[in-house]
Design a protein around this ligand. Structure first.
Ligand SMILES: Nc1ncnc2c1ncn2[C@@H]1O[C@H](COP(=O)(O)OP(=O)(O)O)[C@@H](O)[C@H]1O
Ligand SMILES: [Mg+2]
Length: 461
């Protein structure tokens, strides 16, 4: 059943529910009609018995003959009524003309409610009553044949038996047609969705303006396609940028090697060439490593090894490397790292990398004679790491983009200093993976401040 199309399943359910409802309706109508026939007939029988009782009690004292005459007159008034009266000895006092053909026995039990019997294969409703008058007891039996009523009832039954299946079939066919109509747009959506692939990720489903589930479904699918397209564009861009970045050092190394191999050279010259190739190779392998980190982060494979970590300790270590960098560039390097620990849940390796990226940038984008400051603090329930420099600063229009992959404010200068524009995107990923934030304030020509906020470890303030 579950493998059938929804339209068929809906119709099947509809068929079953409607079938049960109609059958119940038929049964109830049939039996209600039967009961109502009995009630009407019974009322009539009681009324007639009552009439006869009054007649007997009025006339019995004048003798049997008078009684018989009165009964005859009474029964002729109600034409076709079936009445028989017998006395205690079992002799007939009166029998209406047609009752003989039913052969109703005199030994029927008396009761207040009529019952149905078969006499000569005809269903008859019979009320037998004992009536006392003048010290005598009479058995009064009034009856009504039910055959006419029953044949009407049978007709009604047949009508139900024929019409219910026909109704059911018509309604089911209508239901199926309606469900097909209602579900037709789903087929259309399926058709279109099936044709969407990487090549035409920009195509969208037609949205039916029906303000119903189907409209919502196609709108939801379309917004999903939009997100997929954006993500796909990002990946394609990333691949293109990455290959572009890799091409430059590879071309450099190739040219250098080809030049050296063109004719025999001295050992000195070979060493120079190799040193140059080696330096390019180092840049390239650092680039490849950054690409790996980002690719693994995108894929969700780059996971953090969280441990309770002292931020002050991590930053102090990064400053060790930063100070050496700064010194080689004649840049003043200061750190204001407190003696006491600032505990956070973090991956110390990744966190160290984040601060190294910031310190490296600060030194890289600060001219000789400038100043770089690194500070750590725990404030307002979060740990704060700050890297401040008095360098070239970042232009307002570049600020929103510096965390993007491969984005460099000054392409030439950055490349020269070995940057490809991946540092801050890795940094932001690390901060966010720690449920933290990274913010920048900068003014062109005056310097920049990078602030990293991370949640403190539980209960530690
Ligand atoms: N401290 C800073 N001072 C000035 N500019 C900066 C600083 N940090 C980052 N930038 C700008 O942001 C860009 C992106 O930084 P990053 O992602 O680390 O790439 P890069 O490899 O160029 O260092 C840099 O190219 C630079 O233009
Ligand atoms: Mg950098």
């Amino acid at each position: 059943m579950n493998s059938l199309p929804i339209g068929v399943r809906l119709t099947a359910w509809y068929f079953v529910v409607l079938g049960v409802t109609l059958s119940l309706f038929g049964l109830i109508a049939y039996f209600a009609m039967r009961t109502s026939i009995h009630e009407t007939v019974d009322e009539e029988l009681r009324a007639r018995t009552e009439g006869v009782r009054r007649l007997i009690q009025r006339t019995a004292k004048y003798g049997t003959e008078d009684l018989q005459r009165e009964l005859r007159q009474h029964s002729e008034l109600a034409e076709g009524a079936l009445l028989q009266v017998s006395n205690e000895k079992g002799n007939w006092v009166y029998r209406s003309p047609t009752i003989g053909s039913y052969d109703i026995s005199r030994s029927q039990e008396t009761s207040n409610t009529p019952s149905t019997f078969e006499f000569n294969e005809v269903p008859v409703r019979l009320l037998s009553t004992k009536i006392q008058a003048e010290g005598q007891s009479y058995l009064v039996q009034v009856a009504a044949p039910l055959d006419d009523f029953y044949s009407a009832l049978r007709h009604f039954g047949t009508l139900l038996l024929v019409s219910i299946p026909i109704l059911l079939l018509c309604a089911t066919a209508g239901g199926y047609w309606m469900s097909r109509r209602a579900l037709a747009p789903v087929d259309q959506i399926t058709q279109t969705a099936r044709n969407i692939s990487v090549q035409n990720l920009s195509s969208r489903l037609v949205v039916p303006k029906t303000r119903d589930e189907l409209q919502r479904l196609s709108e939801t699918l379309n917004s999903m396609l939009e997100r997929l397209e954006a993500a796909f564009k990002k990946i394609t861009q990333f691949t293109a940028d990455a290959s572009h970045e890799l091409r430059t050092p590879v071309a450099l190394m190739r040219t250098r090697a080809e030049l050296s191999l063109r004719k025999p050279r001295s050992a000195e010259e070979y060493r120079d060439a190799l040193a140059e190739v080696h330096s390019e190779l180092e840049k390239t392998s650092s680039l490849v490593e950054k690409l790996m980190v980002l690719a693994r982060a995108d894929y969700g494979a780059e996971t953090l090894q969280l441990a309770t970590t002292d931020l002050a300790e991590v930053v102090r270590e990064a400053c060790g490397q930063g100070a050496a960098l700064a010194e080689s560039k004649q840049i003043e390097f200061h750190n204001q790292i407190p003696q006491q620990s600032v505990w956070i849940e973090a991956d110390p390796h990744a966190l160290g990398r984040l601060f190294l990226i910031l310190i490296d940038n600060a030194v890289k984008y600060t001219p000789p004679g400038g100043r770089v400051e690194v500070a750590v603090a725990g404030e307002n329930g979060c740990a704060l790491g700050v890297v401040r420099d008095t360098g070239i600063g970042i232009a307002e229009e570049d600020l929103p983009h510096i965390f993007e992959r491969f984005y460099r404010a000054d392409k030439a200068r950055s490349r020269e200093s070995g940057g490809v524009g991946l540092g801050l995107s890795i940094g932001r990923w690390i901060a966010e993976a720690h449920a933290g934030t990274i913010e920048v304030q900068s003014s062109l020509g005056h310097g920049s401040v990078f602030q990293v906020r991370l949640p403190l470890a539980n209960g530690d303030g």
